[in-house]
Design a protein around this ligand. Structure first.
Ligand code: ADP
Ligand code: MG
Length: 239
């Protein structure tokens, strides 16, 4: 199986070399745990190795995202300009337009747009951050699950990228993902969190599931380092 380096410092070694090419991985966690930085870190590593990436930005404006990244020490502009990164947003009226449509129609429309962009820049990596609010409306949980399932399956079938989706876990719950289906569909699941360790707060990365990888479920401490991204403290195994 061909592997794709995540580029997250410390992680590739822990998971036997990286993600499996063409598969979908889930990074879940409560708000502020580092999901967006993880996702961008993954794409920027690809860009640095000549593997272009597409980033579907879901709940933030393009300008504020690029500005936030710049403040973190990542200048996206030149990378976008040289065609190694594409940050795409849904048109503002997208959610309105699709609200009453069947799940299949919504998914086809999203996947088709993503496929075009992936082909345009020859992307090998894709990020959807986060997967949830794409169509959050008054829909029932059943419909949301159907949507998430259909989107993830359709991406693996029709877009041949190695894909990372993020999912926001509601604060204070023990869930692994927002809708409870993402973790079953993904080839691997990483859960980011915060916990108190010896009287201070530590960022934690729980390697929850890694199909076909030698990685055992394990939890490590990590840091967020401006200009660099996520650094897993492989010597600090917590569980
Ligand atoms: N410029 C920065 N300098 C240092 N730390 C930062 C910076 N920007 C963000 N962070 C850290 O990253 C965290 C947010 O990570 P983010 O990936 O946006 O979380 P999520 O996507 O899970 O909500 C913040 O809580 C903050 O601690
Ligand atoms: Mg985020």
């Amino acid at each position: 199986m061909e592997l794709v380096e995540t580029g997250i410092e410390g992680l590739d070694k822990l998971v036997g070399g990286g993600f499996i090419k063409g598969r979908t991985y889930l990074v879940a966690g409560e708000t502020g745990t580092g999901k967006t930085i993880f996702a961008l870190n993954y794409l920027l590593h690809g860009a640095s190795k000549g593997e272009p990436g597409v980033y579907l930005l879901v709940d933030e404006e393009y300008e504020s995202f690029v500005e936030g990244a710049r403040r973190f020490g990542w200048d996206l502009q030149p990378i976008i300009q040289n065609g190694m990164l594409s940050v795409v947003t849904l048109l503002p009226d997208f959610v309105e337009r699709v609200r009453s449509k069947p799940v299949e129609t919504i998914v086809d429309s999203i996947v088709e747009s993503l496929r075009e962009e992936v082909e345009r820049i020859g992307a090998e990596r894709l990020v959807i951050d986060p997967i949830a609010p794409l169509v959050v409306g008054e829909e029932s949980l059943v419909k949301m699950r159907e949507y998430v399932r259909s989107l993830l399956v359709s991406i693996e079938r029709k877009i041949r990228t190695t894909t990372l989706v993020t999912s926001e876990i509601p604060t204070g719950t023990a869930q692994l993902s927002r809708f409870g289906v993402e973790e079953f569909l993904a080839t691997g699941v990483l859960v980011l969190g915060l916990r108190s360790v010896g009287g201070r707060f530590a960022r934690t990365m729980w390697i929850r599931k890694m199909r076909w990888s030698p990685a055992e479920p394990a939890m490590y401490e990590f840091e967020i380092v401006p200009g660099k991204g996520i650094v897993v403290k492989t010597e600090k195994r917590l569980a």
